[in-house]
Design a protein. Sequence first.
Length: 86
Amino acid sequence: MVAHPNLVKLITTARVKTDARDTLHLARLLAAGLMPAVWIPPQDERELRGLIAHRTRLIRQRTQVSGVERLCKNLSQACGRFLQRS
C-alpha cells in the first residue's frame, strides 16, 4: 500500500516521535482502515500522460531549434555585413 505522506503526517503529529511509536501508530491506522491511500491512475491513463509529456518535450525542442536557427541566421547576416564593410 502506498500512503499519502501529507495526510499521514497530519494524522500522526505527536509530541513524542520515535520510529517504534510511529510504526505502531501507522499499523493501528492501517488496521482501522484509516490510512489515506494515494490514487494511482490506471495503466491507460498513465500511458496517455506519458505521450502528453513526450509531446510537450518535442514542442519545447522544436522551439529551441527554431530559436537557434533564427540566431544563426542573424549572426550570418551580421557577419556578412561586417565583411562587406571591411
